[in-house]
Ligand binder design. Structure first.
Ligand SMILES: C[S@@+](CC[C@H](N)C(=O)[O-])C[C@H]1O[C@@H](n2cnc3c(N)ncnc32)[C@H](O)[C@@H]1O
Length: 280
């Protein structure tokens, strides 16, 4: 049984990076009227309290969304991400953190669809409950997202964003990402794929970007962030492989956001999110 619970990490620097990228991808992909399918293979619980439970224990969010929440001088991509977090906190106090499926649903239109997979029984139940009132636009599968991805590709509209965000608790997960990507690209070569992976000094993590590049040559946009105050923690790297036609504004160097803040989080707790969307 896997022990990873995303609640402990909700809203940390890695979530910020991932969700800034997710918001930008959704913004671009919802410009066309044609229905978009979003497939979240590792969806988590959907939303997290920052005041109680796992997220409150280590308060990792203080080093992520906590650094940005009160800022008014952020670059556009980070501001647009913050708007989505604010939508989950309508009273203006940071109490909740929306997970990737919640952010996606907030940005999707009536014609779009969201398909989520979550293996952990507690989190999949929480996710089903979270989306109880969401209607037929959303489907949650309590099961393996690596295996389940095939079942939803290609989406009927042939327009889709696949977010692959595993916990990488086991080194086999790197292999599972590769296999899932290979199968997915065979079924749906024109999809947009976003894969999160940690930057760790281990062979599997170091090789993954090259392996993804081999599977889908070209058109990779990579963004990274580092969290200096926790040097022994993995920094995060997210690569979005876009084998669909992406609007030029996304695929050329388009956004550089430098969000540096120490204030709300105490002395020495500055984090830098350096977002560079660059074709590599
Ligand atoms: C990093 S978290 C996901 C966070 C979420 N994408 C977000 O951004 O809010 C990874 C999740 O994958 C779940 N998980 C682990 N193995 C899985 C599998 N094979 N299929 C689906 N979910 C899995 C874990 O229980 C955990 O909730």
């Amino acid at each position: 049984m896997l022990s990873y619970r995303h609640g402990f990490h909700a809203g940390n620097h890695a979530d910020v990076l991932k969700h800034v990228v997710l918001v930008q991808l959704l913004k671009q992909l919802t410009l066309k009227d044609k229905p978009l399918w979003v497939i979240d293979t590792h969806a988590g619980a959907g939303g997290y309290s920052l005041e109680a439970g796992y997220a409150a224990r280590n308060a990792e969010f203080a080093n992520g969304i906590g650094l940005l929440w009160a800022r008014r001088d952020l670059p556009a991509p980070v501001r647009e991400y913050l708007q989505q977090v604010r939508a989950a906190n309508p009273d203006g106090v940071l109490r909740h953190y929306p997970g990737s499926p919640q952010i996606a649903l907030q940005m999707l239109r009536p014609q779009d669809r969201l398909r989520c997979f979550e293996l952990h029984s507690t989190d999949s139940k929480a996710l089903q409950e979270h989306f109880r009132a969401a209607g037929r636009r959303v489907a949650v599968v309590a099961g393996d997202g690596f295996a389940g991805l095939k079942s939803v590709l290609p989406p009927p509209s042939r327009r889709g964003l696949v977010l692959i965000d595993p916990s990488y608790e086991l080194k086999e997960h790197y292999r599972d990402v590769r296999t899932a990507m290979r199968d997915a690209l065979q079924r749906f070569a024109t999809g947009t794929y976003a894969v999160w992976y940690p930057q760790l000094p281990r062979r599997e993590a170091e090789q993954l970007p090259q392996e993804l590049q081999r599977l889908a040559p070209g058109d990779w946009l990579r963004s990274r962030c580092r969290s200096p105050p926790r040097p022994r923690k993995a920094s995060a790297c997210m690569a979005a492989a876009c084998s669909c036609s992406i609007r030029p504004g996304t695929s050329r160097p388009a956004a550089r956001g430098d969000a540096r803040a120490g204030g709300g989080a105490g002395p020495g707790r500055a984090a830098t999110f350096d977002l560079q969307f660059r074709q590599t």
